[in-house]
Ligand binder design. Sequence first.
Ligand code: NOJ
Length: 560
Amino acid sequence: MQCVSQIEPRVTWLRMHLMKESNKHTHWSRKAVVYQIYPRSFKDTEGDGIGDLKGIIDKLDYLNDGTDASLGVTAIWLNPIYKSPMKDFGYDIADYREIDLIFGNMDTFDQLVTEAHKRDIKIIMDFVPNHTSSEHPWFQESRKSNTNPKRDWYIWKDPKPGGSAPNNWLSVFGGSAWTLDKVTGQYYMHSFLSDQPDLNWRNKEVRDEMADVLEFWLKKGVDGFRTDAVYHLIKDDQFRDDPPNPNYDSSRDEPYNALLHLYSQGRPELIGIANTLCNILGEHNADTFMVSEAYLGLPQMMELYKACGNSLHAPFNFNLISLPWNAAAFKKFIDEYETKLGENDWPNYTLGNHDRSRLATRLGQNRARLAAMLQFTLRGMPFVYYGDELGMEDVSIPADSITDPWGNNVPGFGVGRDPERTPMHWDASPNAGFTSVVPWLPVASDYKKKNVEQESRDPNSMLSFYKELIHYRTNSPALLTGFYKPLESGNENVFMFMRECPAEKLIVGINFSNSEQTTSVSVNGTLFCNTRRGKRGGEKIQTTQLKLNPYEGLVAKLNQ
Ligand code: NOJ
């Protein structure tokens, strides 16, 4: 009897493991194109100037109606829609199991899941495990007394002799990471706003409660999670001071960068926590996917990949956002990423999100097209930020109208995130068809030219180009699942690689420069897709030295 009970769990584990292994190559994430929706800015149907869930439902056909006329994405990631006082626009959660009234209610959410699934669109929820809102009932309990049963759910410490904060840790959003609670005389820790106290992930009750939160949403039918701020989850158990950053330049760098955050984040125990999260998901449903938010270089990314071993998890790859715009830098990073990934690890590429300046603002429209071509032709999961498919750009917000707490608390360093969160451009009507009243953030002035309706009619628009790329990808076995094979282009301005599978061989060439470039690569095949306006697939290419026009990117199918 004893032997059986010891063996049984092992057998179950093995069965689950094998199931996951075989599932990995056919898993939906392998073919997914993920579209990030910032719900406040997508579509307002209630007339309050703020986007809502009903608005998302109304626009699902734009995202994927099963035809080439729609964008063709296969998953949406929603920024937080939970009950929240909105101090950090939803990243301050007051109830993990409720929808905020601004966005709708649970019935509308259920309807969204049903309608999305009808169109084969998966739903990825934002999961914010590092901190709650200070208005969350758990924190309200925790702060009542030093002996409250929920006291240890958060990170409380005595002041230093003299009354100052327990150590020098900084908040990402400015100032100390510690706030004194006058009632109990202790400080609580917050990696972000003081309205966002950090949960104590060393406490088992917290871990169990969060597992339960994940289960709750999985039972509602969601398909995956984007896990917020994972690198902050575990802090040093001895609360040591962070050392100064020797490269800090106060005239250029925001104050948070004055320290190296060795002890306040990214502790080794994080790997165990990430593993626990993955196991919770895997045990519930081997079909769930998780992507973790952390801005990491390759070595730490690889550790996070390994943390989850065989489960379906990837750390976000934000590196293309910060790389200098040159072919050599992109090649070096992508070749290394591809080499280091384990056989079952799935790459991913993000070009923009709600925390970073928009793609077309950072790179300009021509380079943005090239970056999109790269994103959809590389192996792995592309994440598209809403509006980037239209070439939307940052909107400059006057100082007295800034709504983002980071922008308000740390002025002068360009960290404010309002510019990249402005309303989606649907058409040329007032407020870009986003709302019938004054929107919560201003609409960009170029919306009459750059909007869904207008760009859908123009075969050379950014939107038509995105659609073309996404549909090529969806129908190309090599782009979906083929190998990535690095190539030497023989020209420092041109990045080239191949995507190969038994059924087809593709070659991709990206000219990073604004002048014509000649490579040493011979191509014998058919043009599949091209960044140049007016030039479409089908054209034969036969050359011993492929030439590319200024800022031209192309994909060609090689004759086998
Ligand atoms: C990362 C999110 O992307 C960001 O928008 C948020 O402000 C912080 N985490 C805090 O939750």
